[in-house]
Design a binder for this molecule. Structure first.
Ligand code: 5RP
Length: 233
């Protein structure tokens, strides 16, 4: 049986999929919530002849989208996207996000940045008063010299550890890199922190998405969906 959180994820994902218009070029995020989105898109393609092209942000998304028969393209061929849809690990009241629970943060950020509109789909449990409250901040680093990168991140006050697979081998992203999961305490200026992290040698990208999401569609276990727009800063 489907659990309460998944019911919320599915409600939000299906509502956004129902709002997609024919001809749109879509960024396809990564994760269980996005899987519900892909499934609803595929239903609409089959039932209504909805025409879309999607740019996947990970190998798992690419595989699932192909299984569902969704047309895919590469970002280099498509250049710009009408809409990117993705899940998140935490969403704060400014609609700033922590992402990267599925280790796809770098491609997710590239795709979200290429979209005219970026919509996040979550269940209620992802809403937090401040980022870092319940989830660690993923940071993608090059395997070469990763301990150096880790030490520099720790020197910024973010204790971190290497993400590992069940067999204790370091997890590799689709880009062949490692992920450090960092404890994020209260932070006055998330954008400044994002820039500081991204400036560390060996850091590819961090999972802070500051000022990127335009809307969050939040699903409840009862099937209800509400939409929050990014407040003007
Ligand atoms: C992957 C992500 C996901 O969007 C995030 O982890 C949420 O996943 P889920 O929808 O499974 O809860 O950032 O890198």
């Amino acid at each position: 049986m489907i659990d309460q959180r998944s019911l919320g994820k599915r409600a939000a994902a299906r509502a956004v999929a129902d709002s997609v218009k024919t001809g749109q070029r879509l960024g396809l995020g990564t994760g269980s919530t996005v899987t519900f989105f892909l499934e609803r898109l595929a239903e609409r393609v089959a039932e209504e002849g909805l025409r879309i092209v999607g740019v996947p942000t990970s190998e798992p998304t690419s595989i699932r989208a192909r299984e569902l028969g969704l047309p895919l393209g590469s970002l280099d061929a498509i250049e710009s996207l009408d809409l990117a849809v993705d899940g998140a690990d935490e969403v704060d009241p400014q609609l700033d996000l922590i992402k990267g629970g599925g280790a796809a943060l770098t491609r997710e950020k590239i795709v979200a940045a290429a979209a005219a509109r970026f919509v996040v789909i979550v269940d209620e449990t992802k809403l937090v008063a401040r980022l870092g409250a319940s989830f660690r901040l993923p940071i993608e680093v090059l395997p070469f010299g990763w301990r150096q990168s880790s030490a520099r991140i720790a020197a910024l006050g973010l204790r971190n550890e290497l993400r590992r697979e069940a067999d204790s081998q370091p997890l590799r992203t689709d880009n062949g890199n490692y992920v450090l999961d960092a404890v994020l305490g209260p932070c006055e200026d998330l954008r400044a922190l994002e820039l500081e992290l991204d400036a560390i040698p060996g850091v590819l990208e961090c999972g802070l998405f500051v000022g990127m999401a335009d809307e969050a569609w939040i699903g409840g276990a009862d099937g209800s969906v509400r939409v929050i727009h990014r407040p003007t800063r």
